[in-house]
Design a protein around this ligand. Sequence first.
Ligand SMILES: Nc1nc2c(c(=O)[nH]1)N[C@H]1C(S)=C(S)[C@@H](COP(=O)(O)OP(=O)(O)OC[C@H]3O[C@@H](n4cnc5c(N)ncnc54)[C@H](O)[C@@H]3O)O[C@H]1N2
Ligand code: MOO
Length: 401
Amino acid sequence: MSAKKFAFDSPDEAIAAIADRLSVVGIQSEPQSCLGRVLAQSVTADRDSPAADVSAMDGYAIRMSDLRPGETIPVHGESAPGTPPPTMSKGSLVRIFTGAIVPNGADAVVKREDTEELENAIRFRDVALSTQPGENIRRAGENAKAGSTVLPAGVLVNAAHRATMVNFGGYHASVYSSVRVTVITTGDEVGVFADEAPQPWQLRNSNQVALGSLIEPNPWISIQAVHHVRDDRETLQQSLVTAIDQSDAILMTGGVSMGDYDYVPDVVREVGGDVVFHGLPIRPGKPILGAATANGKLILGLPGNPVSAVVGCRRFALPLLAKQSGQTEWNPPSTQVRLRSPGTKTLPLHWLRIVKMVETGIAEPVFSQGSGDLVSLGQSSGFVEVPANESGEGPWSYFPW
Ligand SMILES: Nc1nc2c(c(=O)[nH]1)N[C@H]1C(S)=C(S)[C@@H](COP(=O)(O)OP(=O)(O)OC[C@H]3O[C@@H](n4cnc5c(N)ncnc54)[C@H](O)[C@@H]3O)O[C@H]1N2
Ligand code: MOO
């Protein structure tokens, strides 16, 4: 056996290693809504943006040669949004509105407040005399030329992207299929117990709800199935075989450490999972198991302890699922926060410490009795990652729930 205790020294290294083994899901064209989905094809401009030279201000379209102090210059016609521009006759100006097309022959737009407005004529105020050619004109194609790429494939579509897409006629988009996830919780002691009180040796299935709640808000993931299985090797194996067949990723909790009923590591191998790591230098969640199937599906065995399970799902499962979803930026840089009252304790492991954000950029550790403490978990807004053997206020990477 190697002297090295863990296959990887940090969460980032473990994530990178397993990410390399995962496949990206297939393509689904034209979903009902592409919001929160991942673009499978780039979006191209169907025309120049802007489509023509347009005014950036309400004012007057002028020829530079008409820009003379003190003179009264007649206004002939107007260019309003939604209409083609008028022709501009020599020696006169055209009244123009923001977004309207600049008439042929005009060199610049002078803001109306820089003029003295008379009946069908204006005089330039002194401030207008320094107007430069092209001022207040947005040139055709200055944002994008027709045919150029305005959004690349691999983008997770948000409100801003949708605005861009629709501007170029992208009402429908080809997106990646959502990543199908099966959640399998394990343990004879675990149940729902909604209407009856659990016995002291029983507890409610908080992991199922916590994992589902991290996944559900993301339209690029879909929950294929949710199972709870007893600590029985055969049943677990059957569930895992079905899950691998029907989904792209399997998230399991419990049964991953050293106990006599901890079948997950063996069963994952038996069903063809190639274990990339079993155990990482993190607290909580040290016994975590990460595996990939030969065809690039993810199997993550999260420890059963409720804080370990939810921290592991946030830190490992979400970025790896994002990789499978086709997102180019599947592991974006995390927000950095400073800790208030961090204490001096250090751990020889990366400490995924639950905290609550208290001010912009500042988080406070939540008092915690450990990885089974669902009360402290409920007081947290996320966790910070304090690297092994370090302490202090940071800044540290912050992972919100
Ligand atoms: N000899 C060793 N024992 C343990 C080690 C070790 O290295 N050597 N590691 C400890 C650590 S750290 C953790 S974390 C746990 C993880 O163990 P398992 O993944 O095998 O989890 P279980 O034993 O099945 O459960 C642990 C704990 O969590 C509760 N649980 C399980 N499932 C759920 C659920 N769905 N909802 C709520 N709570 C759940 C379960 O009842 C246990 O209390 O192992 C240590 N032991
Ligand atoms: O690392 Mo475990 O997750 O202590 O509870």
